[in-house]
Design a protein around this ligand. Structure first.
Ligand code: SAM
Length: 627
């Protein structure tokens, strides 16, 4: 199967209603799709009334289609009175994602939805497999869409639905959206008192839902349908246990304040996400201003790393990239410089990898194409880090505490505080025994002023990179060992290495540089043994080790691992901080607030702080900072 998700094969009725040829069914009622949304889904699920008592509310839908149900729900959400802390999460699944043009054609007929339609189309999901987190901060709402099969979604994604919209074509025409496995997973992902709405009254749907514990009733139907179904997941129902090792999802916690340590891009993204949810955040840093560590180069580049196979790691890398672009664009559009990034293979092996990637690309031609020398990433973005971090942290709910050093977590009084450690390579000092291996790598960049007039923003990458923005050309970065406690210093050797690399990558750019203006900056990036970042709740290493012992004998372990529920780590972002930070910060926010998680479990396992320990126990090796 191709890595690019399939598009639906659509036919159009005279009135503009789309029909799926593959399923031989309409996307919504021919009577009136929006009225159907209101009656079959919103009313059945007790909306808008339930928002008064459950202001942080999660709706889960099977079958995203054109997004009409989502927009109908958003319109109702927007117009309803609700408490200050209200936030709407809508999570859905779609195997055959429509193009934005087709969605526009579908949605055009509802003039009442025009403004919301434009908002959605401007952020329309990108055609790539897996989860995408798309926010509407202006509406206090989030869309978390899984592009793939419904059962995969339900078995790998964590959320607790307060309402379910079952909208997966007629059961007789599509058994992949209806069936015992689906109902069982729905039961596991239902919050106490969850309500279900659907247009069908098929006997096997009624029986299947009832068998796993939903209380089902028939109601008068909408349009040409005589009846429809409602169901309720009873209050305090016995939720069937989750089958697999829960590395990812700690319990919801209570706290009196949020303290984020480290005001680089990781801390800034986390602070912003909590602040937008309405929480007061203290962002502390020992420095006297933002982005003084690894986030502090004069220019930062957001570009994807694309792997040749569809693995959890490959998906994570794409998803972090997409989220970073959206996160910055929604909040700081003026700080972004959009560009095509040219990626040139470093060697023959990489050329083979590029060929493999282009034979079955994970993103379409709007994002990725072949250039004369390698790949072209059309969604690249450059930022000026200190300005971006300052803009992100400029929020009335964020208190900035400069020149404030924290040496011991006990100083901030946990467990009354929720603490996010985002201090880059210095994080282990604070996290002590709860953290995983993290080492520092010294990186130097050089930059200077162009002799000629400024050109369009441009970037070339091939292991090292060279960036051109306004009057500045910046290139680097070195990647060297540094001892703990050693102060990062620039060196002539690193400058020579950077010039040599830039000379190979873009000799003409270097010719245009006034070498008398050359400057250098060295900083330390936190990296991990598998080069993937660390994001999530912290675990208690010794207790986890003993709980995990059965793994060393090949047995499974299916419990929630002992963790420190109020301490989270967001570090080890290496040279990709600006790309990784927004989605990984969102993961932490979602975990700590009990929201639908923005990553599926296989992707979370790539970044969980406990992964090195799990691997060490499985292999029967000692766990050390080099694991
Ligand atoms: N709620 C949609 C709207 O507001 O436009 C209409 C949904 S339409 C009735 C059903 C959707 O389910 C289609 O978009 C279809 O592509 C999707 N679908 C069908 N089988 C699926 C599967 N196994 N997994 C995920 N999505 C599926």
């Amino acid at each position: 199967m191709s890595r690019l998700p399939p598009r639906p094969d659509l036919e159009w009725k005279d009135d503009g209603t789309p029909v799926s040829r593959a399923f031989d069914d309409v996307y919504f009622s021919l009577s009136d799709g929006l009225e159907e949304t209101r009656s079959v889904f919103l009313k059945a699920c007790g909306l808008p009334e339930r928002w008064e008592t459950t202001p942080r509310f999660t709706v889960a839908e099977l079958g995203f289609g054109s997004g009409l149900n989502f927009l109908g729900l958003l319109a109702c959400w927007k117009d309803s009175p609700k408490p200050d802390e209200a936030w709407l999460h809508f999570t859905s699944v779609e195997k055959f994602l429509m193009s934005a043009d087709d969605a526009r054609r579908v949605l055009a007929r509802w003039a009442d939805l025009a403004d919301l339609t434009e908002l959605l189309l401007a952020r329309w999901p990108v055609r790539t497999k897996g989860l995408q987190r798309i926010e509407f901060p202006e509406l206090r709402a989030t869309l978390t869409l899984y592009i793939g099969d419904a059962e995969d979604w339900l078995s790998t994604c964590e959320f607790a639905a307060n309402a379910w919209f079952l909208d997966g074509f007629a059961p007789a025409k599509n058994d992949s959206m209806w069936g015992d496995a689906i109902y069982q997973l729905m039961a596991q992902r239902s919050a106490s008192g969850a309500l279900v709405g659907t247009y069908t009254v098929a006997g096997h749907v009624r029986r299947g839902l009832a068998e796993v514990g939903f209380q089902v009733s028939k109601q008068p139907g909408f349009g040409r349908k005589r009846e429809r179904l409602e169901a309720i997941w009873p209050e305090n129902a016995n939720i069937p246990s989750r089958p697999d090792l829960s590395l990812a999802c700690p319990d919801k916690i209570s706290f009196k304040q949020i303290v984020i340590v480290g005001a680089g891009i990781a801390g800034a993204c986390a602070a912003r996400a909590y602040a937008e949810r309405g929480f007061a955040v203290k962002l502390i840093d020992q420095a006297s201003g933002p982005a003084t560590g690894a986030s502090g180069n004069p220019i930062g580049l957001v570009m994807p790393r694309l792997d040749a196979a569809d693995t959890p790691q490959a998906r994570l890398l794409i998803q972090t990239y997409l989220r970073a672009r959206r996160f910055y664009a929604d909040r700081c559009p003026d700080e972004l410089h959009h560009l095509d990034v040219r990626q040139i293979p470093q060697n023959d092996k990489e050329q083979i990898r590029f060929d493999k990637l282009m034979a079955d690309p994970p993103l379409d031609e709007d994002w990725l194409s072949r250039g004369s020398e390698g790949l072209v990433h059309s969604g690249g973005v450059m930022v000026k880090p200190a300005e971006l971090v300052a803009r992100l942290t400029d929020h009335s709910n964020i208190e900035l505490c400069w020149n404030t050093r924290l040496d011991d977590l006990n100083e901030i009084g946990q467990p009354a505080s929720l603490v996010i450690i985002a201090t880059g390579w210095q994080s282990p000092d604070l996290l002590g025994k709860v953290i995983t291996p993290l080492t520092g790598k010294l990186g130097q960049v050089n930059w200077g002023t162009r002799q000629t007039k400024a050109s369009e923003p441009a970037a070339r990458a091939s292991g090292s990179y060279i960036l051109s923005l306004d009057e500045t050309i910046l290139f680097g970065a070195t990647f060297e060992k540094i001892d703990p406690g050693q102060t990062p210093e620039v060196s002539d050797a690193a400058t020579a290495e950077n010039i040599a690399a830039a000379q190979t990558l873009a000799p003409d750019w270097l010719d245009g540089l006034d070498l008398s203006t050359l400057q250098a900056r060295a900083s330390v990036r936190g990296t991990t043994p598998d080069r993937m970042p660390i994001a999530g709740v912290c675990f208690e290493a010794e207790r986890v080790r003993s709980v995990l012992q059965p793994l060393s004998k090949g047995a499974d372990v299916s419990i929630c691992l002992p963790h420190t529920p109020n301490v989270y780590a967001l570090c080890g972002l290496g040279a990709r901080g600006f790309t990784f930070a927004p989605l990984l910060a969102e993961l932490i926010v979602a975990q700590s607030l009990g929201e639908p998680l923005p990553l599926a479990r296989p992707e979370i396992e790539q970044v969980t702080p406990v992964r090195f320990l799990v691997r060490a126990v499985r292999k029967g090796t000692a766990f050390s900072s080099e694991s």
